[in-house]
Design a protein around this ligand. Structure first.
Ligand SMILES: [Fe+2]
Ligand SMILES: [Fe+2]
Length: 469
């Protein structure tokens, strides 16, 4: 049994030499499988999909491509190779040896960090479970499933940490990760954006562009952790996360590409008249998914963020870029609202670390938007995509419950209500995009509203990425 499990759970953590841990994971495995059957991609459990599987952490082993059924995907547990004499890179314990076991005083905090990260992984699979039925091509269908199985593997990564390092309460948290459900009011997922349904493929591309990118920055911050197993686990997850953002950024780029083409065909440059998605609708989707994803970084002024940093559990994006790793003296100047007016406040650096991470995120999002705008410029179309101001449409932090324009000017509730549908997808936008969601399942074919793409790993676009019977 152990050997078999060891085969079914590829790993580089010597699972077979830890019978207690193996037993715990053996107990969790069938629950995971029934979760996947119930909440994973609906209607494709017996379908052969051309998937990339991680089978080891070195460059040539991890990217193994083959047709597999998703329930047979080899959900592995991989940590990047340990560094000799690793030190804690920031916070109050800066310079001391990295922890190989959970530091007792930070146990609760560390468990909360791992559970919060872990909860997003199955949540996104749940949000996307119906999208396979309307995929615009077999290539896109395969990319969706690749993202889904990797989010499943990320859940394994977090559950491994809970089982291996947290004993009984870790096992209970691992069970609870399979019990919460995205969007279910009685047992919702922990973070807001992971309870928003993803009803169409433009929303999926925006999610993988903006929400998975939050994941990238959270993982980068955890990859700095003084708790070494967490650092090594999240470092390896980042290699998979990069592909999810590729799917999002290139997905939206292909929609823009096609829209440009359809505008040219129409005497009024009306993409909708040609069955495409018009540029203002794409901008409204961007505004929505960017703003709900910005919320995921948490409050602007946060004592939790300060505690996570002080304790050496969660660092900054690329901590090595900084010269001061204590963060005790810095000040972060921040806009806050006072009696309806924006004023600048000096926030102690440690309390502003969510905002510091959000800054890095915003700069990264902007680079992607710039690439989208190049498509429009090359086509000489006078339209430019922009990121809304960070205060726009926020539900978390100091700007929640207030209203701001796209430019970040405070506005009254009545003005917000009047302009909401110009700034965020309106019910009619959502209904229109939904009319385009028809599956295209012939090899090499693609829906009218999106351009084709290069293929996966040297295969052509008309490769049989998904074998439908
Ligand atoms: Fe993930
Ligand atoms: Fe992801």
């Amino acid at each position: 049994m152990s050997l078999e499990l060891n085969e079914r759970i590829p790993n580089n953590v010597n699972l077979s030499e830890d019978p207690k841990l193996l037993r715990a994971l053996e107990k969790w495995l069938p629950d995971y499988q029934s979760w996947w059957r119930e909440m994973g991609p609906e209607g494709f459990q017996d379908t052969d999909v051309f998937l990339r599987t991680a089978i080891s952490v070195d460059a040539k082993g991890w990217a193994h491509f083959d047709h597999v059924k998703m329930p047979d995907y080899r959900w592995g547990i991989f940590l990047t190779e340990p560094e000799a004499e690793k030190k804690i890179g920031f916070g109050d314990s800066y310079g001391q040896p990295a922890w190989q076991e959970v530091p007792g005083e930070f146990r609760g905090m560390l468990r909360r960090i791992i559970v919060t990260q872990g909860d997003t992984e199955p949540a996104s699979v749940e949000q996307q479970r119906l999208l396979g039925q309307t995929a615009p091509s077999l290539y896109d269908l395969r990319n969706l499933f690749q993202v889904n199985v990797e989010e499943g593997r990320h859940l394994w990564a977090m559950v491994y940490l809970l089982h291996r390092y947290f004993g009984r309460d870790g096992r209970e948290e691992a069970e609870a990760l399979l019990e919460r459900r995205s969007g279910n009011p009685d047992k919702p997922r922990i973070l807001g954006a992971f309870n928003e349904p993803i009803r169409d493929w433009l929303a999926f591309f925006m999610f993988t562009m903006f929400t998975d990118r939050d994941g990238k920055f959270q993982l980068f911050a955890l990859a700095e952790s003084g708790f070494d197993p967490l650092a090594r686990t999240t470092r390896f997850m980042l290699t998979e996360e990069a592909h999810h953002m590729f799917v999002g950024e290139t997905g939206v780029a292909r929609v823009i590409d096609r829209t440009v083409h359809l505008m040219r065909q129409d005497k009024n440059e009306d993409a909708r008249a040609q069955g495409g998605i018009d540029l203002p609708t794409i901008q409204r989707y961007l505004n929505l998914w960017y703003s709900v994803s910005a919320d995921l970084f948490g409050g602007e002024i946060s004592s939790n963020a300060a505690d996570y940093f002080a304790s050496g559990l969660k660092g900054r994006y690329q901590e090595e870029r900084y010269s001061d790793h204590l963060g005790l003296e810095g000040i972060y100047p921040m806009q806050v609202l006072e009696n309806g007016r924006l004023v600048e406040q000096q926030v102690p650096l440690r309390n502003a670390l969510n905002e510091v991470l959000r800054d890095a995120y915003i700069a990264d999002c902007q680079r992607g938007v710039d690439r989208w705008n190049r498509i429009l410029r090359a086509a000489k179309i006078p339209f430019e995509f922009t990121l809304p101001d960070r205060k726009f449409h926020r539900q978390v932090g100091i700007f929640a419950g207030q209203h701001f324009s796209l430019e970040g000017t405070p506005i009254a509730a009545a003005e917000w209500a009047a302009r909401r549908d110009a700034w965020l997808p309106s019910p009619s936008d959502l209904a229109y995009v939904q009319t385009l969601m028809h599956p295209v399942r012939e090899r090499g074919q693609v829906a009218n509203w999106i351009a084709a793409s290069r293929g996966v790993s040297g295969r052509p676009f008309d490769f049989d990425y998904v074998r439908l019977n």
